[in-house]
Design a protein around this ligand. Sequence first.
Ligand SMILES: Cc1cc2nc3c(=O)[nH]c(=O)nc-3n(C[C@H](O)[C@H](O)[C@H](O)COP(=O)(O)O)c2cc1C
Length: 348
Amino acid sequence: MVFDYIDGAAGYGLGDELNQQAIREMRLQTRILIDVENRSIKKSIFGMDCRLPFGISPMGMCNLSCPGADLILARFAAEHNIPIGASTAASTSLESIGKAAGGNAWFQLYFGGDEDVCDELINRAEQAGYDTLIFTVDVPEVGRRPRELRHGFKMPFKIGPRQFLDFALHPQWSINSLRSGAPQLANFDGTNSAFDRTRSRAGVSWAYLDRIRKRWKGKLVVKGVLHAGDAKRLVEHGVDGIQVSSHGGRQLDSVQCAILALANIRNAIGEDVPLIYDSGIRTGEDICKAYALGADFVMLGRPLLFAMAAGGEKGLHQLGDVIAQETSIALAQMGLNDINQLDSTVLL
Ligand SMILES: Cc1cc2nc3c(=O)[nH]c(=O)nc-3n(C[C@H](O)[C@H](O)[C@H](O)COP(=O)(O)O)c2cc1C
């Protein structure tokens, strides 16, 4: 059930699959006899000098992947000075994630249907010292994910006979999780009305974005953008960054390829507005392609959870090392010394 929650997507999973395929099919131009002995894979975003070329996209209920996953990710973000999205639906409170991430956490807001609950979350994020808010807007209704439905996956976590059998068949996960307690929606620990992940957010409008823009004094990133016209309008409404994303194909099976939308949006809005990209990035070469298509920063989702599910904190560090190495090798092959030199000329 947990694997299907993390790995799953809307419908047949084609939105996720076709995007990954589109990224994989892109070819990179190699160059020869250029001294590429000293290479840098450092990127910066909103004044943060990141030691890795990717950040951590916001994900709910990460502790399902392994106990303490949110804090493992937060420590990783602090160590490498990279951003981590702390989800509204996180399994660790935004205060604890913010503290462990040492100022690198960005709070991700879902409008849960109640403006007071959102205001309270924004107040808490502000008090906890967050300076960047990611407002996710690509979930007007939660996508139907058959793999989750099949198992009766619910948040808050519910254990019925079916789940009990599933846990019995995965004793290692179950014993570890039992020891540390079943993951909860930690931002809603009895202090405010419960968050319903499946609740409609269809009422969220441009007017609500304006309300948030007025309220939030820090950086505001809008996540889940695929239409160039929407991106232009977001700039007019004063956002500081746009996260181009198809939510890893978790919302709409027939969704367009996010990686192609990235290039369109970059062309439409010019060079000045920071574009963050996520969806379908699996390797260092994928990261290079997203930067070549105009991203200012790249975020990863599922691979981080898989790394922790397989190897805990050590697994996450191993993944970080592999991706850093792959990125650096790809730069060498392209005859580049610095990841910031990537542009459309490397794409065939
Ligand atoms: C288990 C899981 C939970 C997620 N929860 C959230 C969330 O709470 N808020 C949000 O904005 N995006 C959420 N996302 C989407 C990610 O931020 C990101 O857009 C997506 O995972 C990127 O695609 P990738 O998994 O192919 O890298 C979630 C993704 C996964 C896999």
